[in-house]
Design a protein around this ligand. Structure first.
Ligand SMILES: [Zn+2]
Ligand SMILES: [Zn+2]
Length: 259
């Protein structure tokens, strides 16, 4: 009986692959980058290989090891920025796959606000590449999306960070934990605030409600875009208090900020 269930599970990805192959024949996918127009030549992806290769990738060695802030000149050594050295954030490492620049910014906007959830696989591939390049991929115990407040979730209908975390967790063959970290305060939008205001705005916004799933674990916190790292820091704080062994962060994109 158990074998039967196991085989059924194994067959599911094959069935999915066959169905998606058939769908490609009936409805060939066009690259999600608007100006491109080429057919998609990557399995399960919606960005063609030429556009995918041309995305503004981050290279290792070009950012602070802790917060991921890019450095003006590439350093061959492990680099820790002044802010992290003076006041270390509650997470140990951050990596981002790409810069928040064209054409990725439009795709992220569509993913976040226009239900373009079909981009999750392309984005998870980018995230997975960043995790491989910057972190110890095999050491990760669980993937945690940065949660939305229930009010925001109701309005938007889905959490874009959770879509990314689920797709990444499948690739890492790890658990995606969407219940242990919650957002308990509905905070005003971050985008109009400076770095200090962002930190204040997010104080006490998150809580670890199932500490038994955090204690002693290597947690990979996932979000779509990071700017100052203040959301990641606020989300990591209760994870650290709950006794996570390591807290690492992976974001799809890093946006520049002025402050
Ligand atoms: Zn393309
Ligand atoms: Zn730093």
């Amino acid at each position: 009986m158990r074998d039967g269930i196991g085989n059924g599970r194994d067959a599911l990805p094959r069935v999915r692959a066959i169905l998606s192959g058939l769908a490609d024949v009936v409805w060939p996918r066009t690259c999600a980058v608007e100006a491109c127009g080429r057919p998609v030549d990557r399995p399960r992806g919606h960005i063609c290989s030429a556009c995918f290769a041309a995305l503004p990738f981050h290279e290792p060695g070009g950012a602070c090891r802790i917060c991921g802030m890019p450095v003006p000149a590439k350093t061959p050594h492990v680099f820790v920025c002044e802010a992290c050295a003076a006041n270390p954030p509650p997470y140990e490492r951050t990596c981002s796959a790409v810069d928040y620049a064209a054409p990725l910014d439009m795709l992220v906007q569509a993913f976040k606000y226009n239900r373009a959830s079909w981009l999750a696989e392309d984005f998870a591939e980018l995230l997975d590449g960043a995790v491989r390049a910057h972190l110890d991929r095999a050491a990760v115990d669980a993937v945690f999306p940065v949660p939305l407040h229930p009010n925001r979730l109701r309005k938007r209908g889905y959490n874009q960070a959770a879509l990314l975390a689920r797709a990444l967790a499948r690739r890492l063959n790890r658990r995606c934990d969407e219940r242990s970290l919650v957002r308990i305060r509905d905070t005003p939008k971050q985008s109009l605030l400076g770095a200090d205001e962002r930190r204040q705005n997010l104080k006490g916004a998150f809580a670890a409600v199932r500490p038994q799933f955090v204690r002693g674990r290597v947690v990979l916190l996932v979000d779509d875009v990071t700017t100052t790292g203040s959301t990641l820091a606020a989300a990591a704080e209760p994870l650290r208090a709950a006794g996570a062994a390591h807290i690492w962060c992976a974001t799809l994109a890093r946006a520049p900020h002025d402050s």
